[in-house]
Design a protein around this ligand. Structure first.
Ligand code: FE2
Length: 484
């Protein structure tokens, strides 16, 4: 990791421009916004305020900052950005310092100041999903926050008419476009981990529920779905006794108190979407730690699942976080090795699976045609590194052909001090195997963010349009909202 790249990362991670509403005219766009995309918008969410009262919060604990990149009919772009006005955000903005303990951040170096049990620090910073007449800003251990879809004004925690009251839902939600449903997953940890999946229709009415209890304490950040199954990663956790005791005493953090249990085999759990029948546990060829899922689908009774999986994983240094009083070290994530993009095949009724690696590149933030969730899809896009030894911080966009496995991957690599975020796929409504990829590029040294738009069939040719924007903080996840 070069010094310039480390500096660029730190500037980009710490950027905090606050609420924005600005327009980039067509004359300032390098290239042309494709006509088919105009009227649509890219959305993203991520921490927008992490350096709080002199302490650097872990990015997982930074306040949610939603960005809406609206592609105008005239070829310009309007950017709106706003903080999610969570109770924690409002209180800490008023106080100018950390008040609520986070997943990986303590409010103070003095342990006794961390023991207070205040409200759960739901910072709504992880995902942004359009559903019905609102945007949902998701977070890992609480309810999503509902936002006005146009103004981004926060409406408050969303319990969907009491459906999830008091239950945390995963930040990742999945849309089943075939059935017009939004799926949510609530997780209750314990010696047995309890999962409740709920499916909402377009009016946010509950239309299906499935419940599963799985032995052990599991790490679950994401899941996949097929017409018949939900697919969960096994990811057994073990408590680090000493660290947990420190955390209870106010000195450690929740994230630092757990670790993946590498002694256990890699498994997937299959939960029937019908809510009827047992959970199937499928053993994988080797231990692995699944963070994000690509697509999953069924073919002749087999289940095929694409995952991004680490061979080994440690919590706490995500995004290069080095503690509340040190700069980020983007070299930290390199020590974990690359995330392998694996295609897992489970034969009908089998309790073991085979897998193949789809590319030598380490891949994360997998995206694909949004209407193909649960169905076979031709291509997967992701963020990656040109250097196959690593995954994040990402410097490249990758496209993998899932139908023609002989076809080489598509790869576009950014300049040295530029970082690549999650690439969104915007399908061409007329030709489902074609479309565009939208990626947010961050250059801390130049203090510039760029919305880059690629032809999905020609990534390596570089962006067909680049939209210069003020520097925005590094984001987590987003969503593509097509033209109305
Ligand atoms: Fe995620």
């Amino acid at each position: 990791m070069t010094a310039a790249r480390t500096t660029s990362w730190n500037v980009a991670m710490g950027a905090s421009p606050g609420p924005l509403d600005l327009t980039v005219p067509p004359s300032h766009v390098d290239g042309q916004i494709p006509t088919a995309l105009r009227g649509g918008r890219a959305l993203s969410n991520g921490p927008g305020w992490t350096h709080i009262g002199g302490r650097m919060a872990h990015p997982f604990d930074g306040h949610g900052y939603v960005r809406s990149f609206e592609l105008q009919p005239d070829g310009g772009v309007r950017l709106r950005a706003e903080f999610v006005q969570t109770p924690s955000y409002v209180a800490e903005r008023q106080a100018g310092r950390l008040l609520h303990r986070g997943l990986a951040t303590n409010v103070s170096a003095r342990f006794w100041e961390n023991i207070r049990f205040g409200p759960r620090r739901n910072v709504a910073n992880t995902t942004i999903t359009r559903w019905g007449d609102q945007l949902l800003a998701g977070w890992e251990a609480g309810a999503p926050h509902g936002l006005d879809p146009v103004t981004l004004e926060t409406r408050g925690e969303e319990d969907f008419g009491g459906i999830i009251t008091g239950q945390a839902t995963l930040a990742h939600m999945h849309k089943d476009h075939q059935q017009g449903r939004l799926t949510l997953c609530s997780v209750a940890p314990g010696r047995r981990t309890s999962f409740t999946f709920r499916e909402l229709d377009g009016d946010e009415q509950l239309v299906a529920t499935a419940h599963a209890e799985i032995d052990g304490t599991l790490f679950t950040h994401d899941y996949a779905l097929t017409p018949s199954w939900y697919v969960l990663g096994g990811n057994p956790l073990r408590l680090k006794g000493g660290e947990l005791a420190k955390t209870l005493m106010g000195a450690g953090t929740m994230l630092g108190s757990v670790e993946p249990d590498a002694r256990r085999p890699g498994v997937l759990h299959l939960v029937p979407r019908s809510g009827e029948g047992p959970v199937r546990t499928v053993t994988l060829p080797d231990p692995c730690f699944v963070v994000h899922f690509g697509n999953a689908f069924e073919r002749d009774g087999s289940i095929i699942v694409d995952v991004c999986a680490f061979e080994r994983f440690e919590f706490g240094q995500e995004f290069g976080y080095s503690g509340p009083d040190k700069p980020f070290d983007p070299g930290h994530p390199e020590s974990r090795g690359p995330q392998r993009l694996l295609r897992i095949t489970i034969a009908p009724g089998a309790d073991t699976a085979t897998w193949e690696r789809l590319t030598d590149h380490g891949v994360d933030f997998p995206r694909f045609h949004p209407d193909h969730e649960g169905q076979q899809t031709p291509r997967l896009f992701g963020a990656t590194r040109k250097d196959t030894r690593y995954s994040d911080p990402f410097d490249s966009v990758i496209g993998v052909d899932l139908l023609d496995r002989q076809r080489p991957v598509q790869l576009w690599t950014a300049p040295d001090t530029v970082f690549v975020g999650e690439p969104l796929f915007a399908p061409d409504p007329e030709h489902p195997d074609q479309g565009h990829v939208l990626a947010i590029l961050s250059d801390g040294l130049a203090e510039q963010t760029t919305l880059a738009i690629f032809d999905a069939t020609a990534l390596a040719a570089g962006p067909v349009a680049s939209v210069p924007l003020p520097l925005l903080p590094i984001a987590f996840h987003g969503d593509w909202e097509p033209p109305a």
